[in-house]
Design a binder for this molecule. Structure first.
Ligand SMILES: [Zn+2]
Length: 220
C-alpha cells in the first residue's frame, strides 16, 4: 500500500514530476493525489504553464533582438543617406564645377571672311571663375562653340572679361567636299544661342592685315 501524500509533499515533488525525474511508484501516488485534490491540480497546471513560458521565452527574445537589429540597421541606413544627401547638397552649393557660359555673358567680335572663304571670329566672355574648357563640337555642317567656366554655383567672384583665342573655320572641306553652313555660340542650352555666321550672311571681308594674320596662322 502506497503511503498517501499530503499536499505539501506533492507540491514539493511536482517540479521533479514535471521533469520526469520521479519514480514510477511516486508518480502513481502523485497522480492518485491529484485525482482527488483540486488545489494540487491547479498548482501542477500553473507549474506546467510556467515551464512552457520559460521554454517559449528565448524565441521571443530572439525576435526582440531581431527587431532591435532591424531598427539599428534602419537608423544606420537613414543616417548614411542623410550624410550623403548633406555632402551632395554641400557640394552642389559650395563645390566648384564646370558651368557653360550663357549667351548673355558672351560677345562675338572680329567676324570676317578671308579670300579662301574661311570665317574668322573671336569670343569674349564674362567669366566668374576660370575658363576650364572651350569646345567646338558641331555636326558636319555646323560648328557649335561653347565655353565652360569652373566656379561655385553662386560665385561671389567678380566677373571679368576674358578674350578667348581667335578661331578660323574653313567653310569648305576640300577632302570631303562638305560645306559648313553655320557657326553658333551655345550657352546653357540649344535655345541659348548666338549666330556667329550663317551661309548667305554678309560679313566683312578680311583686311590686308587680317589676311596676313591668317596666312601666319596657316603657316604655323
Ligand atoms: Zn493536494
Amino acid at each position: 500500500m502506497e503511503p498517501r501524500l499530503n499536499c505539501e509533499i506533492v507540491q514539493d515533488l511536482l517540479p521533479n514530476y514535471i521533469e520526469g525525474l520521479t519514480s514510477e511508484s511516486t508518480n502513481k501516488s502523485i497522480q492518485e493525489h491529484l485525482a482527488g485534490c483540486g488545489e494540487c491540480r491547479r498548482t501542477l497546471e500553473q507549474m506546467t504553464r510556467d515551464t512552457h513560458g520559460i521554454k517559449a521565452a528565448p524565441p521571443k527574445q530572439i525576435n526582440f533582438m531581431k527587431k532591435i537589429k532591424r531598427r539599428q540597421w534602419l537608423i544606420a541606413s537613414v543616417s548614411v543617406a542623410i550624410v550623403a544627401a548633406l555632402l551632395i547638397g554641400a557640394y552642389y552649393l559650395f563645390g566648384t564645377r564646370d558651368f557653360p557660359v550663357p549667351a548673355s555673358e558672351a560677345k562675338i567680335t572680329e567676324v570676317y571672311q578671308t579670300q579662301d572663304g574661311t570665317i574668322h571670329y573671336r569670343v569674349t566672355a564674362n567669366i566668374k571663375g576660370f575658363v576650364s574648357r572651350v569646345t567646338t563640337h558641331g555636326n558636319k555642317h555646323t560648328q557649335i562653340y561653347r565655353i565652360y567656366e569652373h566656379r561655385q554655383l553662386f560665385s561671389k567672384e567678380k566677373a571679368s572679361m576674358i578674350t578667348l583665342p581667335e578661331n578660323w573655320l574653313s567653310t569648305k572641306n576640300a577632302d570631303t567636299n562638305l560645306e559648313k553652313t553655320g557657326i553658333y555660340f551655345e550657352g546653357i542650352n540649344k535655345d541659348d544661342r548666338i549666330t556667329i555666321w550663317e551661309k548667305g550672311m554678309t560679313i566683312p571681308t578680311a583686311t590686308a592685315e587680317q589676311e596676313e594674320a591668317y596666312q601666319r596662322y596657316l603657316g604655323r
